[in-house]
Ligand binder design. Structure first.
Ligand SMILES: [Zn+2]
Length: 620
């Protein structure tokens, strides 16, 4: 037997013998009479999680037993052709999103297994659905809320089951894979939408337009006492009234309820400032639009990241995930009318973003910590640190003895990039991959019917560095994960007003719509997940014409004779820059770059225009 396999079996065996004892303490208080409604994970004593067929089969049983309240719908296909499903629980059999919105009930959408090795939320949702619609111990959770969930989002990854997919995680026996069938991380794909899963998600999301969104995960990172950690974004890019409600009425109540259920919650996803020293405090986590919860900021819907702790046993994690979802449903029932009103107000505000293109109102493109911290009581584990002769770096070893201390938590946020939104963007028609993203996100756009020449703003970009190793199948102009020796780096883009010409068929995206924030984040080059950042405009940085050396020799001599300042600049450069002085190509290129021939290469001219008015535009 392979050493690793022996180790894992040894690790898992106690949970199966534990199974018989835990059944009486399941959420919902399942008694022996209803034991046949145990979920597959419960039947195994939380030793295993069902595959997709087993998951769907349990859900089909529930839907067949209570067809009035439960419906299962397909919303698209994965890369390998599996059916993506949502499960809808509605108290009175209304399953049509528009009719639900008209009824004044709030809609919760819970997404599970986007990282398919992290399937706690799936097994929690099966138990919660049963308790709401079969045993009815939680039936009241549907009074003012419709509960919608994706049992498994990354199904192809979920079916790539192995005991070796999650080295940091304590069970179940077999877990799925983090990436989809193309090895792309769906939780980096929301903005760029490279995958069929994201494209299907966006269509489903806009059909349902839920009032609250949850993304269930399992942590990586440090060890500590908490089993349930969660973040609901309330940063400066979230609608202020919604952020206030989250900060004052939702986050503290979820923490209180989860703790009251016997679990231990921390109301922020925990990342350490120093992975080998928890005493250095807890870091700030920005949430750009590549993440599901970052996408929710653009959609103006509260988004909650739930992260169960990887080293807690599977029963603790599934029941902890159950409790935070139950608590959220209670909060949403309590505040359904308020939540719906907040969302309606935020939608109306988003549709006004292009209304004052000449004003000074700044739209936040990127958020980061501002260095402010808040002291928090932290329930960690005691640890020792030592210099490792294996890694040559500091090595942390956690004990399971409590370490209850006050630590600084990075709570202050600042806007690190912003823009004055124009009235509309105009994208020339040849940029098909950039344009294609807009309808994928359901951003409304119109085409021009004739050649257009007029004043518009346009960026000139320079100083970009592309990441060496790929990140999500691309080489971005930002430091993605897996940066390796050469991280990407965004240089700068400077705005200028110019007379520009756009061909007929150019696409005009007005910012008078609910999804204006998606358009801004995609088309402003300085946004953290912009089309430029992900490499959709790489070809604008390519110099296509070059001067032959013997032609440039002549050009250099002629231009220095005409322009003593140019000659002085060249000679100073030779004196001051040894690398330049040593490169015959750079010395000749110096003269090409300062000539009209180079300007015609238009290197770094960002082709998207910013329109301050739509007056006189030939639009279809
Ligand atoms: Zn995850």
């Amino acid at each position: 037997m392979h050493f690793r396999e022996a180790f894992i079996r040894m690790f898992l065996r106690p949970f199966s013998t534990f199974a018989a004892i835990v059944l009486c303490a399941l959420p919902g208080g399942i008694s022996a009479q209803t034991a046949d409604w145990r979920t597959p994970a419960e039947i195994s004593g939380y030793r295993t999680t069902p595959d997709y067929a087993g998951t769907v089969s349990y859900l089909d049983r529930i839907a067949a037993a209570n067809p009035v309240q439960v419906k299962i719908e397909n919303f698209g296909k994965t890369g390998e052709g599996r059916d993506l499903k949502i499960v809808i629980a509605s108290k009175d059999g209304i399953f049509d999103p528009e009719a639900i919105h008209a009824s004044g009930r709030a809609i919760l959408l819970v997404q599970n297994s986007i990282h398919a090795g992290e399937m706690d939320g799936k097994d929690a949702c099966l138990a919660l659905l049963r308790d709401i619609t079969i045993t009815k111990t939680k039936a009241a959770l549907l009074d003012h809320v419709v509960f919608v969930f994706i049992p498994v989002y990354n199904i192809d990854g979920h079916e790539r089951r192995s005991a070796y997919n999650r080295i940091n995680q304590n069970g179940p026996e077999l877990a799925g894979w983090r990436g989809n069938a193309s090895n792309l991380n769906l939780n980096r794909d929301y903005m760029k939408a490279d995958t069929p899963e994201t494209r299907a998600f966006l269509k489903m999301f806009h059909r349902w337009l839920p009032d609250f969104f949850v993304d269930d995960h399992v942590t990586d990172g440090a060890d500590y006492q908490y089993d349930v950690t969660f973040t609901i974004d309330d940063t400066p890019d979230v609608a202020p009234a919604t952020a206030k409600w989250i900060r004052e009425s939702v986050t503290p109540e979820l923490e209180r309820q989860v703790n009251a259920s016997g679990h231990l919650a921390f109301p922020t996803y925990i990342t350490l400032n120093d992975d080998t020293d928890p005493a250095q405090g807890l870091a700030f986590n920005p949430d750009p639009p590549r993440f599901s919860t970052g996408q929710m900021i653009l959609e103006d819907r509260p988004g909650m990241l739930v992260e169960l702790h990887m080293l807690k046993d599977y029963k603790t994690r599934v029941t902890g995930n159950y409790e935070i979802l139950r608590a959220l449903l209670e909060v949403m029932n309590r505040d359904a009318a308020k939540l719906i009103a907040l969302n309606r107000e935020a939608d109306a505000d988003a549709a006004k973003l292009g209304a004052h293109p000449l004003g000074n109102e700044k739209f936040p493109l990127a958020i980061d910590g501002n260095g402010e911290t808040t002291p928090v009581v932290f329930h960690g584990y005691q640890f020792t640190r030592a210099l490792s002769e294996i890694s040559g770096a500091m090595w942390i070893q956690y004990s399971h003895a409590p370490w209850n201390v006050t630590l600084p938590l990075a709570t202050g946020a600042k806007v690190t990039a912003s823009t004055n939104p124009p009235a509309a963007y105009i994208v020339p028609p040849q940029w098909t991959h950039v344009i294609d993203l807009l309808p994928a996100h359901d951003v409304a756009m119109r085409s021009t019917t004739a050649l257009l020449t007029g004043k518009a703003e346009r960026y000139h970009c320079s100083g970009m560095q592309w990441q060496g190793p790929p990140f999500e199948g691309r080489h971005p102009i930002f430091a993605g994960e897996n940066a390796g020796a050469q991280p990407g780096r965004y240089g700068q883009c400077t705005l200028a007003t110019e007379t520009l010409t756009f061909p007929a068929g150019s696409v005009v995206v007005e910012l008078n719509q609910r999804l204006s924030k998606v358009a801004i984040q995609w088309l402003e080059p300085g946004a953290p997940d912009s089309s430029l950042g992900w490499g959709f405009f790489d070809s604008i940085f390519e110099q296509k014409e070059y001067g032959e050396a013997y032609v440039l020799e002549k050009l250099a001599r002629e231009n220095m004779a005409k322009d003593p300042a140019l000659k002085a600049e060249f000679e100073h450069r030779i004196q001051s820059d040894p690398r330049f002085a040593a490169s015959p190509e750079a010395r000749l290129e110096f003269f090409y770059e300062r000539s009209p021939w180079f300007l015609e290469n238009r290197v770094g001219e960002y082709p998207v225009g910013r329109l301050l008015s739509l007056d006189g535009l030939p639009l279809e």
